[in-house]
Design a protein around this ligand. Structure first.
Ligand code: PSU
Ligand code: MN
Length: 309
């Protein structure tokens, strides 16, 4: 047994899918604990898993529980994380060793989920939004560990683009520097999470899942470490008007600065504040875009499973 594997608990259904070369899609847990309020968070997590299944892949929601790296959660474990919310530690790369050695719980960010997915042999992961270079990041140096993880760990991530609580331009520059291709699914523009376009261009546009699967396969065959970032615009009917959301985000950032909120607390604060200010409209958009991403990730995983050999 690989020494990493002794820290991993992979649900039997997922382990057998992986050993049989069947498609598996990883899902994160910070989005459950810190990204959405209870009980919508748990309801959404379950719907996301169902969408993955309905599209022919096996879902693997990842978290750290009592120091164990969990690949696949029971309903009880999911409920626990959803109810505990921000009382659970938001776990990124730096947190994993201490949670494991201290037998603690952690909800995994994109970075930490990628690490654990890679240990389990999962190559594809669906979420809503990734972390990036924060606005003002040129001074604060607040750059999410998600970006370095995409640079180094062999897991590709489907997201709804770069949220404008971040500095979209600098986030894209950073990804370019560290060699992460940004793909647009059926779009030339990088989507902006709540809005379907940011005005920035993607590196590569792909119009079908197989094309994306082939590029990922080529990257790994060539030993080019790291992930591909697949950006998938929120369906138009659920998109929020850019001007409107921009104003809400702007006000939320001012409020955050006034309250002195920094570091890992910034994204959860902003998401909650924006949901409050839009009377839940942003939350509905957030839920719909995650479901949309889960479908695309499953489609890519299914297409990629046909490429093996
Ligand atoms: N964006 C969202 N919802 C989220 C997150 C980002 O729309 O829940 C979470 C993800 O887990 C992401 C993390 O990996 O926030 C990034 O946090 P930070 O910027 O502190 O690295
Ligand atoms: Mn940060």
């Amino acid at each position: 047994m690989n020494s990493k594997n002794r820290y991993l608990d992979i649900l039997p259904e997922i382990a057998s899918a992986l050993s049989g070369g069947k498609p598996v899609v990883a899902l994160e847990s910070t989005i459950i604990s810190h990204g959405m309020p209870y009980p919508k968070n748990i309801e959404t997590a379950k719907r996301v898993e169902q969408v993955v299944r309905d599209n022919g892949a096996i879902p693997a929601t990842i978290a750290i529980l009592k120091g164990r790296l969990k690949v696949g959660l029971s309903d009880g474990e999911l409920e626990y994380l959803g109810k505990a919310g921000t009382d659970v530690i938001k776990a990124s790369r730096r947190d994993i060793p201490f949670l494991v050695s201290g037998q603690k719980d952690g909800a995994t960010t994109v970075a930490a989920t990628m690490i654990i997915a890679a240990m389990a042999g999962i190559q594809l992961f669906a979420t809503g939004g990734i972390g990036g270079v924060h606005r003002g990041g040129e001074n604060s140096m607040d750059i999410s560990a998600d970006l370095e993880e995409l640079a180094n760990t062999d897991v590709s991530v489907v997201c709804a683009g770069i949220k404008s609580i971040l500095d979209i331009g600098r986030t894209l520059e950073y990804l370019e520097t560290v060699g992460v291709p940004v793909v647009g699914y059926k779009t030339d523009d990088v989507p902006a999470f709540y809005a379907s376009s940011s005005g920035f261009k993607v590196d590569y546009r792909c119009d079908n899942p197989l094309e994306i699967g082939k590029a990922i396969r080529a990257k790994y065959d060539l030993g080019l470490n790291g992930g591909v970032l697949i950006t998938n615009p929120v369906p138009q009917i659920y998109a929020l008007a850019p001007e409107e959301i921009e104003k809400t985000i702007h006000d939320a950032i001012i409020e955050m600065d006034n309250r002195g909120i920094t570091g890992k607390d910034t994204t959860p604060f902003l998401l909650a504040r924006i949901a409050e200010q839009t009377q839940g409209e942003s939350l509905e958009t957030n839920i719909e875009l995650v479901l949309n991403n889960a479908k695309l990730a499953a489609d890519i995983a299914v297409a990629a499973s046909g490429l093996r050999g």
